[in-house]
Design a binder for this molecule. Structure first.
Ligand SMILES: [Zn+2]
Length: 263
């Protein structure tokens, strides 16, 4: 009699998910490895429920990034990396959830579960905002100057992107209520609110301290270190704060913010 253990099936789901992500061009090879590591950490700590939640993020992020991809061409031109996510991008979004999973393995504290869910709510909110917001027909507004700027500019918001951010955050909060007895409906809603705030923080950091470069050939302001076949020039912001570090930071701060709702 051979019984395949549940854990092995779940482990296979992680690996197959990463392979499908690579085959479907949602992940680069390094991104697929990083996804396997993040998925493993989450699986060890939170089992099938944790896997379902990160799967929701992963599948919807892949779906939205391909949704109306032709309309995003000019926006992708501004954003440093596009299309397939590499290891750096996977860890920018999945690093905090993975670290919180490892901490949960050690300490088994419910607070770490709530922080884990909130980190995914923030990551999902941010991803939905940028992937769906970038197909908005009207030009977005810069969150500080309130003037209209080109789509894809860091710190820019649109109505469509903001509504998407809300939906992305609350989806994770509400699903988590159905996955864990410990997560009451009110807590699920609080996680939705905090996930959305985490995304706002991402936008604010993008508008203030994130590094920006200018292309000396075409004048484009961009996150890219290369444009028009040449190196771009530093324009403003902190050099170590690119889109990935800002992502990581806002997800970390977002997950800390849920503690205010649970004390
Ligand atoms: Zn250029």
């Amino acid at each position: 009699m051979s019984v395949i253990s549940n854990d092995i099936v779940l482990f296979m789901i992680v690996v197959i998910g990463a392979i499908l992500g690579y085959k479907g061009h949602s992940l680069t090879l390094s991104g697929a490895f990083a996804t396997t590591i993040v998925g493993m950490a989450i699986l060890l700590a939170f089992g099938a429920q944790g896997l379902f939640l990160i799967g929701t993020f992963f599948v919807t992020a892949s779906y939205w990034s391909k949704f109306k991809a032709d309309k995003k061409k000019s926006v992708e031109d501004k954003i440093k990396k596009s299309g397939a996510r590499d290891a750096v991008q996977v860890f920018a979004n999945g690093g905090v959830p993975a670290l919180l999973s490892l901490l949960y393995l050690l300490f088994q504290e419910n607070l770490l579960l709530y922080m884990f869910i909130t980190s995914l709510a923030t990551a999902n909110s941010d991803t939905w905002a940028s992937e769906i917001g970038s197909i908005s027909k009207s030009k977005p507004i810069h969150v500080l100057s309130l003037s209209r700027v080109d789509a894809g500019t860091s710190g820019a918001i649109s109505l469509l992107g903001t509504l998407s951010a809300l939906c992305g955050a609350f989806l994770i909060g509400i699903i988590s209520h159905f996955l864990w007895n410990e997560v009451t409906f009110q807590l699920g809603l609080a996680i939705g609110i905090v996930g959305f705030l985490g995304n706002l923080l991402d936008t604010l950091l993008g508008a203030t301290v994130q590094v920006t470069y200018t292309c000396s050939n075409c004048g484009l302001n961009t996150e890219k270190t290369n444009h028009c076949g040449q190196s771009t020039l530093y324009k403003s912001g902190l050099r170590f704060l690119n889109n990935d570090t800002v992502n990581f930071l806002s997800i970390a701060l977002g997950s800390l913010l849920i503690l205010l709702f649970t004390m």
